[in-house]
Design a protein around this ligand. Structure first.
Ligand code: LLP
Length: 420
């Protein structure tokens, strides 16, 4: 459920009509619903009601806007971060360092040191050498780094190849059969407080079976580690639960997921960590755009909108579907291609799609754009960096400015030997 609905024929986000936001902020603009974020946070937590000890670390890569992080911090969420930049955001939003998980296959020594200084609660190690470096830095500071080993359970998540992470040929995690010996060696290092294992097999999963298979393998690993005398107090089960993008698509609910987790992990006797991203943020945002032209085409007309692949990269990158809905639909339909102004044929949001009839100047939204939307935006074609607005009841605020092309230009220099 979300809080995007028509009232008097006009699409609203909570109590705010979208034309009001377009008028105040311009377009394109991402618009988020605070009530939807809060609801998703609650529904995910409620889904895990049968898991006794748990911590939810929102994968902030999905939507790292500071206001969004503050909302989720207020819901008791921690953060899963993958860079020094994300860590700084989570801390700036007031998330307690203890509730922050530092993931990522390429954490630099500098990032590890900054994480230790900040008191990060858990480092998910991706390779043995990273564990050795972390242990050395921690020991030099008189600290013990709390860590897990991320394992690769070699499970096919059945999702798009570019967002699949749990097959043995992927760059992520330690092969699960090598994990016990590595655990033996790393657990001897005084600078490490090795507490358990972690996994994450991919994103936008539409089926619980691969997750269940991965978790079952993790359960066997935990048993093996305990047989070797290791105290395992934590298991990080990652994120990955998908959301429907297309009308009619069905996905396992957080309650289905939680029931599966409770059943697979019932004898684990460990605190479970979760790293949901998309399921919290996806349906909490839309990308509001204005139709520039409806250009006659050979097969179908092209609806050229003012949002482009630099603002929402998912269709170009993953052939992703985002529903396109007119803000003030007339009831008439048309079959059209939807494209942005960027000079690439890949800057196409949909081909031959049955959509609300729109004309030049009309407003429309791409739905389910709250996750992996604004955060993946760029300034390609010297376009402005897309702004973000948060709606909360009848209030709204710009929570990220539009960064104008001129501002970006001002950060560039011509060296003096080329100066005129
Ligand atoms: N934990 C780890 C270690 C991850 O790598 C990810 C996502 C998550 C948690 C959160 O996964 P989620 O619950 O959101 O599925 N840009 C792509 C998605 C990339 C996901 C990367 N890792 C997209 O737009 O579909």
């Amino acid at each position: 459920m979300d809080h995007f609905a028509f009232r008097d024929g006009i699409l609203h986000v909570e109590d705010v009509p979208l034309p009001t936001i377009a008028e105040a902020v311009g377009s394109p603009v991402y618009v988020y619903s605070a009530a939807t974020f809060r609801r998703h946070a609650q529904v995910f937590r409620d889904g895990l009601k049968d898991v006794a000890r748990k911590h939810i670390a929102y994968a902030i890569k999905a939507n790292p806007n500071l206001a969004v992080l503050r909302l989720l911090a207020d819901e008791g969420y921690g953060a899963d971060v993958v860079s020094g930049g994300e860590m700084a955001r989570a801390l700036a939003a007031g998330m307690p360092p203890d509730g922050i998980v530092f993931s990522g296959v390429g954490k630099t020594a500098d990032e590890l040191a900054r994480g230790l200084d900040a008191g990060i609660g858990q480092f998910n190690l991706e390779l043995e050498e990273e564990g050795e470096v972390l242990a050395r830095i921690a020991a030099s500071k008189g600290l013990r780094a709390r860590a897990t080993i991320r394992v690769n359970p070699d499970v096919d998540a059945g999702t798009h190849a570019k967002i699949s992470t749990g097959r043995k040929e992927n760059k992520f995690g330690v092969p699960i059969d090598q994990a016990p010996d590595m655990f033996d060696r790393l657990s001897r290092l005084p600078g490490l407080d090795l507490r358990g294992v972690a996994c994450h097999i991919g994103s936008q999963l539409s089926d619980l079976a691969p997750l269940e298979a991965a978790y079952a393998r993790i359960g066997e690993l935990v048993a093996e580690l305990r047989r070797r005398g290791h105290a395992i107090s934590r298991v990080d089960l990652g994120g990955g639960l998908g959301v429907p993008y297309k009308p009619g698509d069905t996905f396992p609910s957080p309650a289905d997921y939680g029931a599966m987790v409770a059943s697979v992990t019932r004898d684990w006797d460990a605190e479970l960590m979760f790293e949901p991203g998309r399921v919290i943020a996806g349906n909490a945002g839309v990308l509001l755009t204005r139709v520039i032209w409806v250009k006659p085409g050979v097969v179908n007309p092209y609806v050229i909108v003012d949002a482009a692949m630099n603002d929402l990269a998912r269709p170009a990158l993953y052939d992703a579907w985002h529903d396109f809905v007119a803000v003030q639909p007339t009831g008439e339909r048309m079959v059209a291609n939807i494209a942005g102004p960027v000079c690439e044929s890949g800057d196409t949001f949909a081909m031959g799609r049955d959509i609300d009839r729109v004309e030049s100047g009309d407003l429309a939204v791409f739905r389910t754009a709250g996750a992996y939307g604004a955060t993946m935006a760029s300034t390609y074609n010297s376009r402005a960096l897309v702004p973000e607005v948060l709606v909360d009841g009848d209030r709204f605020a710009v929570v990220a400015d539009r960064i104008a092309a001129e501002t970006i230009l001002a950060a560039e220099r011509v060296p003096e030997w080329l100066a005129r």
